[in-house]
Design a protein around this ligand. Structure first.
Ligand SMILES: Cc1cc2nc3c(=O)[nH]c(=O)nc-3n(C[C@H](O)[C@H](O)[C@H](O)COP(=O)(O)OP(=O)(O)OC[C@H]3O[C@@H](n4cnc5c(N)ncnc54)[C@H](O)[C@@H]3O)c2cc1C
Length: 474
């Protein structure tokens, strides 16, 4: 559209929470593994991510059913030739080759009572989700009631069966990027709706396509296209001052830039670290202050190759033991096995995504203690090779980077959506807010970040055009 733009990035490269570990030497050189963004949905589920990645940037997306890449007959059928391992509440580990009815049997999730409880809660969640307006979740007639209780309290009351509760908790917490007791019921329903409904938004059925080259590859490509003159790295914005005509941005090392408009990105708690002059309106300050981002980490055990596949195992597990530190994980071998030579030299990877208290406990360990704890855990499911043949542990603590924040996405504790939630998205004068947390649809996902960026860019282009028109008319 001809508008001039300058990007100020606090870190040494573009991507933010979309970043990868890249092997530059050794047998896996040229391959990369996701530390943040890894999977998106189908073109119907996440159209904005598809349009940017595949159509505009020409990045290849490939199918990656999380039960076992290259080994499934198709996500639609939910059948895999290799087995997912499930440890039930009694500690028995059983293999499953089909999700339905395989996993929902007495051998894993539990009794008929458990299955009935799961179906009942799912139906209730679907009903409640249907009434939520993602543009204005605070406007539902029951919003205050739903926002005054934690999702965990609601779930325990709705689910009178402990194994069913444990199963739902381990399934849903990765999608909330928080414990069920840290968010309000209203926020859980919002996350369900924004993600595309209970199955996509809370049970992660929207994780089906993987980005060739890693989740950070598209951002690196965009930064290269933008050109070195238009993006400055290692510049942390400390304050933003605005008046009716201009915005002035000051970095932590005292440099200043003037502009007509500024777009601020990052999770609310990250944006809250910037000083605004004049101060932001009170409700905007409240929402930025009260919406935290927890910890989320992808822990990856790296092996010379994906040896579990030849043993009929998909590399995925679910652990329903109450105190499990690693309730869910999967094969995340970083290549497309349906494509000739794509997997040449690729490592085999088993990955767990953990958040909340489990992430805190694991991140408090030294790197070597974490590797030992993780591979010892995996050995219970996959045998001693999980410990003896591990090459390295790859992980990344997002909380160590103040401009990234910590978890997958921000989460709303009780009484935030209904008190200050409406102030989250809108601009304040010449300052606009864009990113995954500022999108009503696909909040917290890459797709949401692209939606929000597109809408903000369109709004600014219109404003700049109108201002130019006014100036010409004078
Ligand atoms: C472990 C993990 C797994 C995830 N998995 C997935 C997934 O599989 N699929 C999916 O769709 N999403 C996933 N996500 C979520 C996804 O990463 C985010 O929704 C998305 O990347 C957010 O993009 P954003 O541009 O809104 O914010 P960010 O990625 O946080 O980008 C904000 C940028 O602004 C910079 N910045 C912030 N403040 C300042 C400042 N003051 N000065 C200068 N620069 C600043 C930051 O350094 C950063 O580069 C995951 C996230 C994590 C952490």
């Amino acid at each position: 559209a001809g508008a001039k733009v300058l990007v100020l990035e606090a870190l040494h490269e573009a991507g933010g929470r979309a970043r990868d570990y890249r092997w530059t030497t050794g047998p896996h050189a040229g391959h990369s593994l996701e530390l943040g963004v890894a999977l998106i949905g189908t073109a119907e589920q996440t159209p904005f991510a598809h349009s940017l990645l595949a159509d505009e940037l020409g990045v290849r997306l490939y199918s990656f059913p999380v039960w076992g890449p290259g080994n499934c007959t198709g996500w639609g059928s939910l059948n895999c030739r290799t087995a997912l391992l499930c440890r039930n509440g009694e500690g028995e580990i059983n293999p499953f080759k089909t999700l339905f009815p395989g996993i929902i049997t007495r051998r894993c999730v539990g009794s008929a009572k458990t299955v009935a409880a799961l179906l009942k809660v799912t139906a209730e969640l679907m009903l409640l989700t249907s009434g939520v307006d993602v543009e204005a979740p605070w406007s539902h007639p029951k919003a205050v009631e739903w926002d005054s209780q934690t999702f965990g309290a609601w779930l325990r009351a709705a689910c009178d069966d402990t194994p069913a509760y444990n199963y739902l908790k381990l399934t849903i917490e990765p999608d909330l990027s928080a414990s069920v007791d840290s968010v309000s019921l209203l926020h859980a329903l919002f996350m369900s709706k924004t993600g595309g409904g209970v199955f996509d938004g809370l049970y992660a059925f929207n994780n089906v396509k993987r980005i060739s080259g890693g989740g950070g590859a598209p951002a690196l490509k965009m930064a290269a296209e933008l050109g070195a003159a238009n993006i400055l790295y290692n510049v942390r914005v400390e304050s933003i001052r605005q008046d009716e005509q201009m915005v002035e941005v000051t970095s932590s090392d005292g440099r200043r830039w003037g502009a007509k408009y500024v777009v601020v990105t990052g999770a609310p708690s990250v944006v809250n670290k910037v000083t605004f002059e004049p101060p932001l309106p009170s409700l905007k300050q409240q929402v930025l202050r009260n919406v935290p981002i927890g910890n989320a980490v992808r822990l990856s055990a790296v092996y010379p190759w994906a040896w579990w596949r030849s043993r009929g195992l998909s590399g995925a597990w679910g652990d329903e033991k109450n105190d499990s530190i690693l309730p869910l994980g999967m094969d995340m071998t970083p290549c497309d096995s349906s494509r000739e030579h794509d997997c040449d030299g690729a490592p085999g990877v088993i990955q767990a995504q953990v958040q909340g208290a489990q992430a805190d406990a694991l991140l408090a360990m030294s790197h070597s203690a974490r590797q030992l704890a993780f591979t010892r855990f995996l050995a219970q499911f996959f045998g001693s090779d999980a410990m003896s043949s591990v090459e390295q542990l790859v992980d990344f603590d997002f909380a160590q980077y103040p401009t990234l924040g910590g978890g997958t996405q921000a989460h709303f504790p009780p009484k935030v959506w209904t008190t200050s939630g409406k102030a989250l998205r809108g601009p304040v004068g010449r300052v606009h807010f864009a990113g995954a947390e500022y999108s009503a649809l696909r909040f917290g996902y890459l797709d949401g970040a692209v939606r929000s960026a597109n809408a903000t860019a369109a709004s600014l282009i219109a404003k700049l055009g109108a201002e130019e028109g006014l100036q010409r008319a004078r």
